[in-house]
Ligand binder design. Structure first.
Ligand code: ADP
Length: 596
């Protein structure tokens, strides 16, 4: 649909452009012709004026010269050789003076008796011109003029003649003057124009182009030929018709004529009738350069139009491409957005899955922890319960046997077991309960000494020895002495566990101020803490010990206590083996010390 519309538009545009070019071509060529017509008319005026002036210059001369007595005398005595010789000389001089072609004297019979060209072989002397209209006109008392091809000279010329009268006013002869057509034509040659002068019969007798001479612009009818024959105007010249094509463009008359080479040319034709001479002067202007000029203008216009159309086409194409690109971009954008939406949905789903998995894991972790607690507790409680039951059974038997001292002893064991279970319960309560011991300034010497006393049994049973390395100027720290002691006991107990059964059972307890902290380090020579579990040993219920040996709560409780003191509990391994636990504390501030 769009393609059809576009091709329709293109077709209309091309048709419009072609019509426009055609219209411009018409206007341009008509303009060129009109302009040519103006130029041709100007030239015609100049040519006619020139011709007219030329003829006028000679028109009055025969009558003027005819009045001379010598002329009259020569006619009166045609046989006086001396007189005729003198007349010949006078005619020759006068002819040269007035720049005419020939000047000659004719008697009433039409015979030339004296002439300016008397010296020439083809002199007019003796020639009879009675058939020439100029002679008959002058002989009849009128001023004669005629254009013709000289019968003797074969030279074209214009003839003026005047009657010569004697003293009584009787016409006694004719004085004739010929001017050559060549001089007139010579003035035309240099022009771009073709000039034709035709006689009343339409025969060309003067022209810029010799090929057109003696040829008829009008059809050569028998009457015309007969009239021409009478006056012998063109002597023996062969007359023929010209192939003339006439047409018009606007008010411009066009004439098609063949030149000397037979090539046909189109001319703008202008004409002017000179009634006195009986001539029609035509100025022809070749239209070829004008039409070329017009065509060039049209070509330039066409090219401009083409460039404009191409430019418009390019702009149109570019805009279309831009629109296309924008559409593609928009589609790509939409696609991208759709993909993003899909991915987001995928991610949301994955996230939900992850959350579910996390929740499952947490649940699983809780169950695992619960399992560990149950195992530890059931051992810690079942074992003393079973033992208590044994003691109770034995005590019953001993009472039956009236062995009261031993029965009492067994009951004592049962009490001890109950105490132990009570201690475990207390221990668990400590884990759950938030301590309410207030923080105060603590002297580490005291706390360390107390802790060593409490841990002494465990250390001894493990066969561990403790080296002390306590800085003498140890600053006071901030904390709770009971809980801090608990932390140190825990760490020392673990160290005892670690070295039990090892070759080197030394434990080193050091205390000093390092940087902004006061550190108590407990180093043992046990297996150390594997990096894989280093950050899990502080988790509650994490233990690597056998069921019954540890609840996995010691380090967790200790870690939380240290955080309560704004301190820290860290673990690392010594390069020579064994673990180092660092209990980091904050030195007590002077204000706090002053306040206590
Ligand atoms: P329990 O002693 O009941 O296992 P703790 O929280 O005190 O619980 O210790 C957790 C775990 O940390 C122990 O099971 C042990 O694997 C590890 N641990 C603690 N102290 C040491 C130490 N000095 N050397 C090596 N491992 C230790």
């Amino acid at each position: 649909m769009a393609v059809t519309l576009r091709s329709l538009w293109t077709g209309a545009l091309v048709a419009g452009a072609v019509l426009l070019v055609l219209a411009v071509e018409r206007i341009a060529s008509q303009n060129a012709l009109d302009e040519g017509l103006v130029r041709a008319e100007t030239t015609l005026r100049q040519t006619v004026n020139g011709l007219d002036g030329h003829l006028r210059r000679f028109e009055a001369l025969p009558a003027l010269l005819a009045r001379d007595d010598r002329v009259r005398d020569a006619l009166a005595a045609p046989d006086d050789a001396a007189g005729i010789a003198a007349m010949n000389s006078w005619l020759e001089e006068t002819n040269a003076l007035i720049e005419a072609s020939d000047l000659y004297l004719i008697d009433l019979s039409g015979t030339t008796i004296a002439a300016s060209n008397h010296k020439r072989e083809d002199s007019f002397i003796g020639q009879n011109f009675s058939y020439r209209p100029y002679f008959t006109e002058a002989r009849d008392g009128r001023s004669g003029h005629f254009f013709a091809l000289g019968t003797t000279s074969g030279v074209r010329g214009y003839y003026f003649a005047s009657s010569v009268r004697d003293a009584q006013g009787q016409i006694v002869g004719v004085l004739a003057l010929k001017i050559g057509a060549d001089e007139i034509e010579a003035a035309w040659r240099a022009r771009d124009y073709r000039i034709l002068v035709t006689d009343p019969e339409g025969i060309v007798f003067m022209s810029t182009d010799a090929v057109w001479l003696y040829r008829g612009l009008l059809p050569l009818t028998p009457e015309r030929l007969a009239r021409t024959e009478v006056s012998r105007r063109y002597a023996d010249a062969k007359l023929s018709a010209l192939q003339v094509g006439l047409s018009a463009s606007g008010k411009v008359q066009l004439m098609r004529l063949a030149d000397g080479n037979g090539a046909s040319h189109e001319y703008i034709a202008t004409e002017h009738v000179m009634p006195q001479a009986g001539w029609t002067v035509r100025v022809l202007l070749d239209t070829a350069p004008l039409r070329t000029q017009a065509r060039l203008a049209v070509l330039a216009f066409g090219l401009l139009l083409l460039v404009a159309l191409l430019l418009a086409w390019t702009v149109f194409q570019r805009r279309a491409r831009l629109a296309e690109r924008l559409a593609i971009q928009a589609a790509a954008q939409a696609d991208l957005e759709r993909q993003v939406a899909e991915r987001t949905a995928d991610l949301t789903r994955a996230n939900d899955d992850l959350h579910r998995m996390q929740a499952d894991l947490v649940q699983a972790g809780k169950l695992a922890a619960l399992g560990r607690i149950s195992a530890a507790l059931s051992h810690e409680i079942n074992q003393p319960l079973a033992a208590a039951r044994n003691y109770a059974d034995s005590a019953g038997l001993l009472i039956d046997r009236a062995d009261l001292p031993r029965a009492k002893e067994n009951i004592g064991q049962i009490v001890a077991l109950i105490d132990r279970m009570a201690a475990i319960a207390r221990h668990l309560r400590n884990v759950a309960r938030k301590p309410n011991e207030p923080l105060k300034t603590v002297d580490l010497h005291t706390v360390i000494t107390d802790a060593l006393t409490v841990a002494r049994n465990r250390l001894d049973s493990a066969g561990a020895t403790v080296d002390l390395d306590i800085a003498p100027d140890l600053p006071l720290v901030r904390g709770g002495p009971v809980r801090l002691q608990q932390v140190i006991v825990n760490v020392l107990s673990n160290a005892a566990d670690a070295v039990e059964g090892s070759a080197d059972r030394r434990i080193t307890l050091a205390a000093r101020a390092v940087g902004g902290e006061v550190q108590i380090t407990v180093r043992d020579r046990g297996p150390g803490v594997a990096p894989a579990i280093a950050n899990r040993i502080f988790d509650p219920f994490f233990t690597t010990k056998q069921v019954g040996s540890g609840l996995g709560l010691g380090l967790s409780i200790s870690y939380n206590i240290m955080k309560d003191f704004a301190g820290d509990l860290r673990v690392s391994n010594h390069p020579d083996g064994g673990a180092i636990f660092t209990i980091a504390l904050t030195p007590a501030s002077p204000e706090a010390m002053a306040a206590e």
